[in-house]
Design a binder for this molecule. Structure first.
Ligand code: KG4
Ligand code: ZN
Length: 344
């Protein structure tokens, strides 16, 4: 399947799977006409993580405002649109439903087709907003809920070749941040501290069995917790920067090595990183370095397209639209939705 030529195709995309209420207008699958994100991070901070009920309530309050703002910034009216796209899953069910119901109401009122999008496909397609995707492609998806290596032989074809067996990379970051008494979300703070650290505490690298592309981060997280307890018991103070650097070095080394090995084995033309943890400076630098040496083009979206947004959902929906895929008004939130190909 080759590239489709799209003519002024306009899609309204909506994303509410976790703690960002987002709407965007995407033209021809790659132009961001508007991209509005209302973050709830401040509301969840004092609980040290996302509280599902609070997330749903925020989405309800924000969704109409965010959609209207996306249309206004794009300077268009609903009649200019070709379709409405929305994250169908995975995510928090109550949060997903707010976006899905808003999308259904909008689609019904304006007689537009509705397209349900997988959130992880969205993270991967954030890259399509920056430069064309070249296939076969390997994507490293690292977010608060996911750590996956995905092989794509063409648009809409997803093969998960490796995934985490326990914690997601971002989850490990957030848990280690709690141990260090850093505010939620911990990823960016640990990243910053790791760069301030001169020394690194030695933590294990978890490779799993030979040849596996799976990941495991819970052992590393426990090693950090044990280290802190041991130091506390001995009455010694820890260096948060050295812990952050030791932890980050371990995560980055394993993610980089497995991505490189998969890129070689699958002989891909492009490697991309996606998801909130792809915002990590240490990880970006490490991947850029190895793929320059390897001679494989490597891309990672700018920070605001790495974390949750609706533009990425619109980028996927544009491809699905051209492939003739349509949802309908019986669409429901799918909290455990799996990443399936829409090609075969
Ligand atoms: O993709 P995302 O916005 O939401 C999910 O779909 O999960 O990812 C959020 C995750 C959080 O765990 C956050 O701590 C992590 O991404 N994160 C980072 C960085 N920025 C965000 N982790 C490490 N380093 C960063 N700079
Ligand atoms: Zn996400």
């Amino acid at each position: 399947m080759g590239e489709f030529i799209m003519e002024n195709r306009m899609i309204l995309a909506i994303e509410t799977s976790c703690d960002e209420t987002a709407a965007a207008i995407i033209r021809n699958g790659s132009d961001i006409v508007s991209n509005v994100v209302a973050s709830q991070i401040e509301s969840h901070k004092r609980f040290g993580g996302v509280v599902p009920e609070i997330a749903s309530r925020h989405h309800v309050e924000q969704i109409t405002i965010v959609i209207e703002e996306a249309l206004k910034q794009a300077n268009i009216v609903p009649a200019d649109l070709d379709a409405v796209a929305v994250t169908e899953g995975p995510g928090l069910v109550g949060a997903l439903l707010i976006g899905i119901n808003a999308a259904k109401a909008f689609a019904f009122a304006h007689n537009l087709p509705i397209i349900g999008v997988h959130h992880i496909a969205g993270h991967i397609y954030a890259n399509a907003l920056i430069q064309p995707m070249e296939f076969p492609l390997l994507a490293l998806v690292v977010s608060g809920g996911h750590t996956e290596l995905v092989y794509m032989k063409e648009h809409g074809s997803f093969e998960v070749i490796g995934e985490t067996r326990d914690d997601a990379a971002g989850e490990a970051y957030d848990k280690v941040a709690r141990v260090l008494n850093l505010p939620y979300p911990g990823g960016p703070r640990i990243d910053q501290l790791a760069h301030e650290g001169q020394e690194a505490v030695a933590f294990p690298r978890v490779w799993l069995e030979e040849g596996s592309y799976d990941f495991s981060f819970s052992g590393l997280k426990s090693a950090v917790i044990n280290y802190k307890h041991n130091m506390d018991q001995r009455g010694e103070t820890i260096s948060p920067a050295a812990v952050a650097k030791g932890f980050q070095d371990s995560v980055v080394e394993v993610l980089t090595a497995k991505t490189l090995r998969a890129a070689r084995e699958y002989q891909v033309k492009q490697v991309i990183a996606a998801g909130g943890v792809a915002a990590n400076k240490g990880l970006r630098t490490s991947l850029e370095h190895v793929f320059v040496e390897e001679g494989i083009p490597f891309f990672v979206p700018p920070l605001k397209l790495c974390t949750d947004n609706a533009a990425m959902i619109g980028a996927v929906a544009a491809q699905m639209f051209e492939a003739g895929i349509r949802g309908n008004l019986t669409m429901n939130g799918r909290p455990g939705m799996e990443l399936h190909s829409w090609t075969e």
